[in-house]
Ligand binder design. Sequence first.
Ligand SMILES: NC(=O)c1ccc[n+]([C@@H]2O[C@H](COP(=O)([O-])OP(=O)(O)OC[C@H]3O[C@@H](n4cnc5c(N)ncnc54)[C@H](O)[C@@H]3O)[C@@H](O)[C@H]2O)c1
Length: 366
Amino acid sequence: MTTTTRDVAKPCVIFGGAGFIGTNLAARVANSGRKVRVVDNLARPTSAFNAAWLRETYPTEIEILRGDVRDPQLVEDAVADAGAVVHLAAQVAVATSLVDPRHDLDVNLIGTFNVLEALRGRDVPLVFASTNQVYGALHGVPLKEGARRWEPTSDLVRLRGVSEFAPLQFSSPYGCSKGAADQYVLDHARCFGMPNVVLRMSCIYGPHQFGNEDQGWVSHFTIAALAGDPLTIHGDGKQVRDVLYVDDVVDACLEAITEARVLSGRAFNIGGSPRHTSSLLELVESLETICGRNLEVRFEPARTGDQRFYVSDTHAFEAATGWAPRIPVTTGVRALADWVTAHHPRLAPNRRQSWPKQSQPRWAPS
Ligand SMILES: NC(=O)c1ccc[n+]([C@@H]2O[C@H](COP(=O)([O-])OP(=O)(O)OC[C@H]3O[C@@H](n4cnc5c(N)ncnc54)[C@H](O)[C@@H]3O)[C@@H](O)[C@H]2O)c1
């Protein structure tokens, strides 16, 4: 059984709904005529900007609740009348997780457990945003070095990407907390019959993203390039990722909600797939075209645990739902650049007044 009209009459609750993916998802759900409840503690200063934009744009369709997923009572109240739940709230940076692993554990694992327990015994579709980091550094995938990118020596991996059959290998506190949460979500589906779906996301980019050195590299590079800052690359810049435009990930979340009762208890890799990939050096070239000038690039030593190659094999989700990543990298990066130019306070200073006074964002100096 897929989503029912009874589900749709009830609000879609989005934990972390003022974040990058959450804002795009909330806007799309509201545009479809469904009520949305965003629950976010605005831990990221930039989320206050997104929340203000959602409030202005959807004054009646979207309710915004400032709250923390670590608070079990708040979570229970937030989902009391939910028709669907998407759990995106998280501490999202590996580097931050190394500085304060307990905070990372509390938000990412205990917060997710609170969501699961609030929904246990109910028949409410739950979509959880997991990460490709659950597969670790993928040392078992032999690579060859090209002029601008690393490539797998195996044609199978090059043409299909990394599937859900890759062994789990949690690494870094962030990898452990997200990986443990991923397993809890699947296990609650098995033990309690909950309609839970896990989406293991690769690199997502697009409007409403405020990337920094630690998370969201496509957005970080785009903002820095347009602002005239030098770009810092850790390692040789040949690291390859599949990159997925946010509209495509929103489509995936909506498919997962609709089909949650069929897909229950399964985890899917979601990303650009081998059709939409970029190395860091290749992104720099795209940005040089967009900016119409050469960019200053500085090289720093590689970061520990950085995957040289990660591309998602998305066949399982495509076969299960008909979803496919649609937006080419050049189109998506240009759309992101247009949004940054029009809305980012460093590029569009006349927009500054729409930043909430108490939560001015801290700009990564880059
Ligand atoms: N963006 C990506 O490339 C990517 C890749 C893999 C996985 N993911 C996962 O997708 C989800 C969303 O990512 P995003 O890029 O939109 O990140 P984001 O940081 O923009 O959004 C996360 C939101 O969660 C909120 N939040 C943090 N702690 C909270 C708490 N204790 N209680 C309530 N809200 C809290 C933040 O304020 C923020 O608005 C995360 O779970 C992330 O791990 C994202």
